[in-house]
Write a protein of this length. Structure first.
Length: 479
């Protein structure tokens, strides 16, 4: 039975069409549409195209002979237009051998999946922006604008670290980096790169830092650094509010005091982690202190530095720390915006016995401030200097133990002791004068703080050499 035409088995076995219907292409229908005509054979009604049906060519029941085909309702041995006559077994039909996917080039030649007949040849057909590529072993589709193995032209592969963009191979940048073109393409962080700030090749000037794609002034160059949530925050000075004052110092020399407000723009975040480092004048002796305080609307939740200073903003120093001043140059602080109680971090340094900045021992050192040096004052100054020098010589230190051991070991006389004492006095005084000259005249080239370690090293080597010589002499005498 023919399920496509059988009235009682239309589409499936046992499915009968109703009275007045016909089975057309396996579907019960009242009439035949789309150029089809109603035919009846063996009391069964069906629809067919009398212009192309080889079994019903021109009229129902008229079959074409083998080797002919129904064309325009007539059996013929030729096909019109670009069609060619194809015969497979006992079936003849017309097909366009240039475009028919089931008869491509030759009758019965079917193109594979994903292929289309083009001018009588089966070729790969690609959708969208893809292009057909043919290699020695296969045909395939590729997007020549974005495919790293077929960039611009089929088979062109981009090198390591490159990506195909608009049909050209170029450097690829990961994360938040941006590709910068040029003679030597490279990747850059336009938000923080001082040499590519906001745009490729845009360099920040001296004393500036790139933050959020903008060059901003920062104080201290690379000596001071402030980061919030690992992002650099430039500290911009408010010169309009800067204050400079002179305070009395040692020996009538004034001390310059500078007060300057620095501000920075914080990145958007709920909680902040601030890290600050100040290495300015790191090799110079002096008081270095960092204090953190919460402003209005800010809650301080953690800090590695005190919330109270011990020097009253560098105006009065604890007397117990004059010999070993504070050296705090780094701080880490956690805070947030909002309301609430901030933590209180006490200083570990003593806060009692304050001495005014620059005027320690002013009662005695004020003697050198006198401008009128009368003969009596000069004699009094010499006498006082001899008195304090004697007490100073009797105080611990200055290698007196080694000197005494040397005098005893060498069985020296009082004359030798006097000569040695005079030598120590002269050299000690000469050393002090040399330091004074270096401070006054060579301060541009020789910083006293850098000279002290070398003097300590030389002194240590001299003491070690003297001890070794004494030990060697004693061992030689004993032998």
């Amino acid at each position: 039975m023919d399920l496509l035409r059988d009235h009682d088995n239309c589409g499936t076995c046992g499915h009968a069409c109703a009275a007045g219907q016909v089975c057309s292409s396996g579907v019960c229908a009242v009439s035949c549409g789309g150029g089809n005509s109603k035919c009846t054979a063996d009391d069964q009604a069906f629809c067919t195209n009398l212009k192309t049906d080889n079994d019903n060519c021109g009229e129902c029941g008229k079959a074409c002979d083998p080797g002919t085909v129904c064309s325009d309702g007539a059996c013929t041995t030729t096909c019109g237009g670009d069609n060619s006559l194809c015969t497979v077994g006992e079936i003849s039909y017309c097909a366009n051998l240039k475009t028919d996917n089931t008869n491509c080039g030759v009758c019965g030649t079917t193109c594979g999946a994903g292929e289309a007949c083009n001018n009588g040849k089966c070729e790969l057909t690609c959708g969208g922006a893809d292009s057909a590529c043919v290699s020695e072993t296969e045909s395939y589709c590729a997007n020549l604008k974005t495919d790293n193995t077929n960039c611009g032209v089929c088979g062109t592969t981009c090198g390591a670290g490159e990506v195909c963009a608009n049909g050209e191979c170029g450097v690829t940048c990961g994360g938040t980096d941006t590709f910068c073109d040029g003679d030597e393409p490279y990747c850059a962080k336009l938000q923080s790169d001082n040499k590519n700030c906001g745009d490729c090749g845009r360099t920040c000037g001296d004393g500036e830092v790139c933050s959020n794609g903008e060059c901003a002034v920062t104080c201290g160059g690379n000596n001071s650094l402030c980061t919030v949530n690992e992002s650099v925050v430039p500290l911009v000075p408010d010169l309009s509010g800067a204050r400079v004052s002179l305070r009395p110092g040692q020996g009538g020399l004034p001390v310059t005091r500078i007060e300057l407000t620095l501000s920075g723009r914080l990145p958007a975040a709920g909680r902040y982690q601030l890290d600050y480092r100040d290495d300015s004048f790191g090799g110079r002796a002096g008081w270095k202190e960092i204090v953190v305080r919460a402003g209005p609307g800010v809650v301080l939740s953690g800090s590695t530095v005190p919330t109270h200073d011990v020097s009253h903003m560098l105006r009065s120093y604890p007397s117990g720390l004059l010999a070993t001043p504070l050296d705090i140059r780094r701080a880490s602080v956690s805070f947030r915006y909002g309301e609430g109680a901030s933590i209180d971090v006490a200083s570990r340094a003593p806060t009692t016995g304050g001495v005014d900045a620059g005027t320690w021992g002013r009662g005695f050192t004020s003697l050198v401030e006198r401008r009128q040096l009368t003969p009596g004052f000069v004699l009094l100054a010499i006498a006082i200097a001899m008195f304090w020098g004697s007490l100073h010589a009797l105080s611990p230190g200055h290698g007196k133990t080694i000197v005494a051991a040397y005098l005893l070991g060498s069985r020296a006389t009082a004359r030798h002791a006097a000569f040695l004492g005079a030598t120590v006095t002269v050299t000690h005084t000469a050393g002090v004068l040399a330091l004074g000259v270096a401070t006054l005249y060579l301060s541009r080239y020789i910083v006293p703080e850098t000279l002290y370690p070398w003097l300590s090293l030389v002194s240590g080597v001299m003491v070690l050499s003297l001890g070794a010589a004494m030990l060697t002499r004693r061992l030689g005498a004993a032998a």
